[in-house]
Design a protein around this ligand. Sequence first.
Ligand SMILES: [Cu+2]
Length: 164
Amino acid sequence: MNSLLKPFGAFLLFSSFSFSSYAHDFNAGKIEVNHPWARPTAPVVKTAAVYLVINNSSQETERLLSVEVPTTIAQQAQIHHTQYSQDMAKMREVRDGLLISAAKKIEFTPGGTHIMLVGLKTPLAKGDKFPLLMRFEHSGEITVEVWVEDKPSSDAANSHHSHH
Ligand SMILES: [Cu+2]
């Protein structure tokens, strides 16, 4: 809990600086996180998925170690892979961290890799925003702001292509 206070405090400071900006990108050193978003959830649903793009422009492999959201949002956040066998989609937690190769990006998408919020405390409503703390092996911690929306805005589509 203590470890949460500092990064989320920093996040509040950061977000007040970015209100005027259209971009919804966050970075720490050579790691950039583009447009984190989640779909609105129905009241009975206790899980939600967060999608984003991680861009590693460094010359070394980076690893996303863990993710965290405030306990007012959900009990836990996990990194999930989706695996398909026959017609079944199975989600599997990534426990050893998610590797992002040098000069590569990873897109978290519906039906693919995603961040799972488990034990959702309150339904996610369109227009909501909440912080997500991401811990990287080399780049340290980045707190990003997740936007709740039906689908990523064109801003997201653009940022996938306009960043090197
Ligand atoms: Cu999942």
